[in-house]
Design a protein around this ligand. Structure first.
Ligand code: 1HN
Length: 345
């Protein structure tokens, strides 16, 4: 590859004349924006221990009343992007949110899409467009773009969940904003929803739902049972993994970020090929080892880590007799739409 001319090679008066007219020469920066073979990646492999952050989150509960926070969250920030950017990867935002008994996080809606993966506690709920979704450990609750949502808590213990949003990319698009609202009337209970089983969907008078986001709550008990069943029925399968999809059309459940759950059988070691997407792993149950390009993380239950894209990853169940369950987030839906998604075997 040719060595390209540097900025310093150009006369000062020429550079000043360019700057004055808001012009920039491409060639000194061409290799930076188009590096050979592999992108320049700021995302660093980073791990956030739940036991490490939990006391700090509980302290936030004492220091800052919910009225002064709206959402009481500690952001899982990737140092590679700069902590102040509040991003886990180029597209993914992660935060651990605390709601104390009796607290209410008021209704709003915004352009970024969010999901919640519940980490601990019982009795809290998120109401999404009038559907009151109870929160239990391992449940996934969607609050897609433009949908009203608020959180409440009728239980007795702190409730914590992991928020995953596509905020960094929506913000980068200069399309991120919020609208505040009033408390929503509850019009539906999101306990046993319209979608009880794959392959069976509501069809009143032969008409299918036209909703973009027909299913808002994916109960962990159902997901776990499906994973256990796959593991039992298909001992030779490459990975015991399920995707969170739109039950009406089988597409990813949201448009920008993709979500899945993975079961590592007792003692299992799984090699994942390098993919162009950064990935987030959150330990729902059990413990795992995540190894990727020099990073080696030991995940205990409720720990979360981020691995940059274009990196092969090895996942190992740390237990020889118990399964381990991981929640995975990536930006494959976005990359596929953009036509830049790759798997490198
Ligand atoms: C948000 O709306 C929530 O509704 C949590 O719980 C975290 C982070 C950035 C922007 C909006 C919530 C958020 C957020």
């Amino acid at each position: 590859m040719n060595e390209l001319g540097r900025l310093e090679d150009l006369p000062a008066d020429y550079r000043a004349a360019l700057t004055e007219k808001n012009l920039v020469p491409l060639w000194p920066s061409l290799r930076a924006v188009l590096p050979p073979g592999k992108p320049a990646i700021r995302t660093q492999a980073t791990c956030w221990s739940y036991q490490g952050l939990r006391p700090l989150l509980m302290r936030a509960g004492e220091l800052t009343p919910i009225e002064k926070a709206e959402r009481r969250v500690l952001v899982l920030a990737n140092p590679g992007h700069g902590l102040e950017k509040m991003q886990a990867s180029s597209t993914i935002y992660l935060g651990m949110q605390l709601l104390q008994p009796g607290e209410w996080a008021p209704s709003h809606r915004h352009t970024p899409n969010a999901v919640r993966m519940i980490v601990e506690g019982e009795g809290a709920y998120t109401t999404v467009e009038g559907e009151k979704c109870p929160m239990s450990r391992g449940d996934l609750i969607l609050t897609p773009t433009g949908m009203w949502h608020e959180h409440g808590h009728d239980g007795n213990d702190p409730v914590v969940w992991l928020d995953v949003l596509d905020l960094p990319i929506v913000y980068y698009c200069e399309a991120s904003y919020v609208t505040e609202g009033k408390a929503q009337p509850v019009t539906a209970e999101g306990v046993d929803g319209d979608y009880q089983r794959g392959g069976v969907v509501p069809a009143p008078m032969f008409t299918r739902s036209g909703k973009t986001f027909p299913m808002l709550r994916y109960p962990w008990a159902d997901v776990r049972r499906t994973l256990e069943s796959i593991a039992a029925r298909q001992p030779a399968i490459g990975a015991v993994q399920v995707a969170y999809v739109n039950p009406e059309n089988g597409h990813d459940c949201q448009r920008i970020l993709g979500y899945s759950a993975l079961m590592l059988r007792p003692g299992e070691c799984l090699q994942m090929p390098a993919r162009s997407t950064a990935m987030v792993f959150h330990q729902i149950e059990g413990g795992a080892e995540v190894s990727a390009a020099g990073a080696d993380f030991t995940l205990d239950t409720a720990d979360t880590c981020c691995i940059p894209g274009y990196t092969p990853i090895t996942l190992t169940n740390r237990s020889a007799d118990q399964p381990a369950f991981l929640f995975i987030a990536d930006d494959a839906p976005l990359q596929k739409k953009l036509g830049v998604y790759e798997v490198r075997n």
